[in-house]
Design a protein around this ligand. Structure first.
Ligand SMILES: Nc1nc2c(c(=O)[nH]1)N[C@H]1C(S)=C(S)[C@@H](COP(=O)(O)OP(=O)(O)OC[C@H]3O[C@@H](n4cnc5c(N)ncnc54)[C@H](O)[C@@H]3O)O[C@H]1N2
Ligand code: MOO
Length: 339
């Protein structure tokens, strides 16, 4: 800290608040500690009776919180992440597009281990809207050693960005609805509209819905037909459980598809199946997805539309947080479910 005449303080960082009082009208802060003094501030400072101010010494190897926060935001922001101007040592990062927010968790932890640097974000694999706030980078003290900021820049230079948003791809999607009760017209299909509404969110290229009886051969034929028509994603509904007429998992297997998982540690969604037939993703969706607003399907669809190839491990990890509380008002995705 050093004392300088106000005229010489332009570009320097104020060490203390400066108060303004106009009797009967105003009493409050005119300049805030940490403010970078501008040319146009000089007259006002002189009117406030300040011919000298205390400022931070620039040669200390330290930089101002705003500059540091901005440099850190720039380092951690990857594809489709934008950031605002710094304010009080904080920069907010936003999603530039609707998509799946991704976090390099290990790198984020490494950066947050550097003293005085703090970055808080949404959890990874979070479906975000265009313009949604996703993270805030803040510097704890008013001035920070530049070497800490450089450490962040070097880490990101070496390992890549921390945050990205994967924009959803335009996928061709077919729906196959199984079940004799629907096929034979005993009941009306209520599953198709539920799936269609979810697909609308991703602006999918919908190829149509096929109805199948509870026959392995018929369902298999339908899957292969959808694939012929170029489906990137085939969603099968019903017949996923253990009754004698539940044949959807066997039909999926019989196409020769590589099964990633049958069964998932998620409720609702236990009887879910995921498989790949070459590059076509196949989902076997259990009846619960027709009934509950939020199920495993709501966690899996954004990942598929974001272009991710799912592994068994992705499903195994869902167990912790995979138990839905079925809240009266569902706030998903602002919730722990399936994280
Ligand atoms: N003994 C066990 N029973 C069940 C288990 C289990 O592990 N052991 N799992 C339960 C879970 S979890 C779920 S979820 C359901 C899975 O159901 P399915 O996918 O096999 O569904 P279905 O048996 O085909 O149908 C159930 C119910 O929903 C009606 N349905 C089905 N599709 C349609 C449609 N397109 N439109 C209208 N309604 C439809 C169907 O008529 C049945 O009423 O299994 C539990 N049981
Ligand atoms: O597949 Mo059922 O999943 O949980 O209700």
């Amino acid at each position: 800290m050093k004392k300088v005449p106000v005229e010489k303080a332009i570009g320097m960082v104020l060490c203390h608040d400066i108060t303004k009082i106009i009797p009967g009208q105003f009493k409050g802060r005119a300049f805030k500690k940490g403010h970078i003094i501008q040319k146009e501030d000089i007259d006002e400072l002189l009117r406030l009776g300040k011919e000298h101010v205390y400022v931070w010494e620039q040669n200390s190897g330290e930089i101002h919180e705003d500059e540091a926060a901005l440099r850190i935001a720039r380092a951690v922001a990857g594809e489709n992440i934008e950031y605002c101007e710094p304010k009080e040592g904080k920069v907010t990062l936003k999603a530039a597009v609707k998509g799946l927010f991704k976090v390099d968790s290990k790198l984020l932890q490494e950066i947050n281990s550097i003293e005085y640097i703090s970055i808080a974000s949404l959890p990874g694999d979070f479906a975000v809207e265009e313009g949604q706030k996703v993270a805030g980078a803040r510097i704890i003290p008013l001035m920070i050693e530049e070497k800490r900021v450089k450490e962040v820049e070097n880490l990101c230079g070496e390992k890549g960005s921390v945050f990205q948003v994967f924009q959803y791809k335009k996928l061709k999607v077919s729906v196959i609805t199984t079940g004799n009760e629907v096929y034979k017209g005993r009941i009306q299909d209520k599953f198709g509209p539920v799936i269609l509404k979810k697909l609308d969110y991703f602006n999918a290229d919908y190829l149509g819905q096929t109805f199948c009886p509870d026959s392995i051969e018929e369902i298999k034929k339908a899957i292969l037909g959808c694939r012929e028509r170029g489906a990137d994603l085939i969603i099968l509904t019903g017949g996923m459980s253990v009754d004698p007429d539940d044949v959807t998992p066997s039909a999926i297997r019989n196409t020769g598809a590589r099964v990633v998982t049958y069964g998932a540690p998620v409720q609702p969604g236990n009887m879910f199946m995921m498989a790949y037939l070459d590059t076509t993703a196949i989902l076997g969706v259990p009846g619960c997805a027709m009934y509950y607003k939020t199920t495993i399907l709501d966690s899996v669809l954004p990942k598929i539309f974001a272009g991710q190839i799912l592994t068994r491990d992705d499903f195994v990890r869902m167990g912790e947080g995979g138990f839905c509380l079925n809240c009266e008002v569902c706030r998903y995705p602002n919730c722990y479910f399936c994280r």
